[in-house]
Ligand binder design. Structure first.
Ligand code: APR
Length: 246
């Protein structure tokens, strides 16, 4: 299967990838819906919604400060590096991620669409101020240095729209793709979960890597059961072998 998938990727005209929390799981960042998933310990409604933030900004920020710390102390894993390598080989044309961490960037990927925003970004709830964090905020909840209003994490909360530019770029990439590599997502959250279905709808190829079946598996032409950190590097090695890199 790895050999066949490597061949499909090598022959692709416009390969894209869709990643979810599973690709960062091996970096120590908990997924959302797995057995020890983040949502198991907290109800999304209590934390990741505009209403929760309005009701209790301190609680929401305590949770995000904890997750920011996790991200800052995490390292990209071999799966992140493998996707960055596919981009460097000019095979991967776009990486669409639901993840708000910066591990794809830190692994060297450049062409990235963050559908759900970025946890290291903070934006003012009133003025245009925004900034990138390189440490958790000193005060909780943090205030805007320009207008003193509350700052909020630069992520998309449940019930909020996906940033239009990110959404249209992701969808146009899905229209152009002849192969999509879906890695570490349960595929249950929309509109991200629609992206593999768009590729499938124009008769193109869906490759899925996951430790278990997901909402995408029914349309996957190839389903490779396994850890992204193990499978993706093997696919890249097989591609290199085929092009005689070693
Ligand atoms: N390798 C590959 N897949 C893995 C691994 C791994 N090492 N570990 C876990 N997985 C898979 C799980 O089997 C699951 O299918 O990753 C997926 C994680 O699913 P979720 O926790 O639902 O995460 P995700 O699909 O990214 O959630 C989408 O939901 O809560 C919102 O905004 C949040 O972006 C998130 C969105």
């Amino acid at each position: 299967m790895i050999e066949k998938v490597a061949e499909v990727i090598l022959k692709s005209r416009h390969l894209i990838a869709l990643t979810g929390a599973g690709i960062s799981a091996e970096s120590g960042i908990p997924t959302f819906r797995g057995p020890k998933g983040l949502w198991k310990r907290y109800r999304p409604e209590d934390l990741a919604t505009p209403e929760a933030f309005a009701r209790n900004p301190k609680l929401v920020w305590e949770w995000y400060a904890w997750r920011i710390n996790l991200v800052l102390n995490a390292k990209p894993n071999p799966a992140h590096y493998a996707l960055a390598e596919l981009e460097k080989m000019n095979l991967l044309k776009m990486l669409i991620t639901q993840n708000v961490d910066d591990l794809h960037e830190r692994a060297g990927s450049k062409k990235i669409v963050h559908l759900h925003g970025e946890i290291l970004k903070v934006v003012c709830t009133r003025c245009e101020y925004e900034a990138r964090l390189n440490a958790p905020p000193k005060e909780i909840p943090p205030k805007c240095p320009v207008c003193q209003a509350l700052l909020r994490p630069g992520v998309v909360w449940f019930g909020e729209p996906i940033p239009p530019a990110a959404l249209s770029l992701a969808f146009s990439e899905a229209e152009m793709a002849d192969v999509i590599l879906v890695v570490g997502t349960s595929g249950v959250v929309m509109p991200a979960g629609q992206i593999p279905y768009i590729v499938k709808s124009h008769g193109d190829i869906v490759i899925e890597i996951n430790i278990q079946e997901s909402a995408i598996t029914p349309i996957a032409d190839f389903f490779i059961k396994g850890r992204a950190g193990e499978i993706l590097p093997r696919i890249v090695d097989e591609i290199k072998r085929k092009i005689g890199c070693f």
